[in-house]
Design a protein around this ligand. Sequence first.
Ligand SMILES: [Zn+2]
Length: 122
Amino acid sequence: MARVRSKDTNPELAVRRAVHAAGFRFRLHRKALPGSPDLVFTSRSIAVFVNGCFWHGHSCEDGKRPSTNIEYWNRKIGRNVTRDKANYRALRKMNWMPLVIWTCRLNLGLRRLLRELREHSP
Ligand SMILES: [Zn+2]
C-alpha cells in the first residue's frame, strides 16, 4: 500500500527538533510497529504520528476535500482514516500510547507530547 506521508516532512522535522531540544530521545519510523509511527519513545511506549490534515482526513480547514471527484477523495481518504484507526487500536492493544499531532495544530500537539513524556518517565 502506498505511503500517505512522505518521510522527513517539515512539520515532522519541527516536532523532532523541538522534542530533541527538550532533552528527549526517540527513534524514527519503526516499521515493526503498526502504522510505522514517525517518532517512537520506546521506554515510554509512546508512538507519535505527525499527520497531514488533508491525507489523514482531519476535520479542519486544511482537511477540506476538493469539490470535484468527491467520491474518489472520500474513498481514498476514507481508507487512510480507517487504516489510521486500525493502527492506533493495534498499538493500544500492545500497550502503546498512540499520539497524533495534526500539522494544523503543531504547537498544541507538541505541548501535549512533551507533557506526556514528562508524565511517563521510564
Ligand atoms: Zn487539521
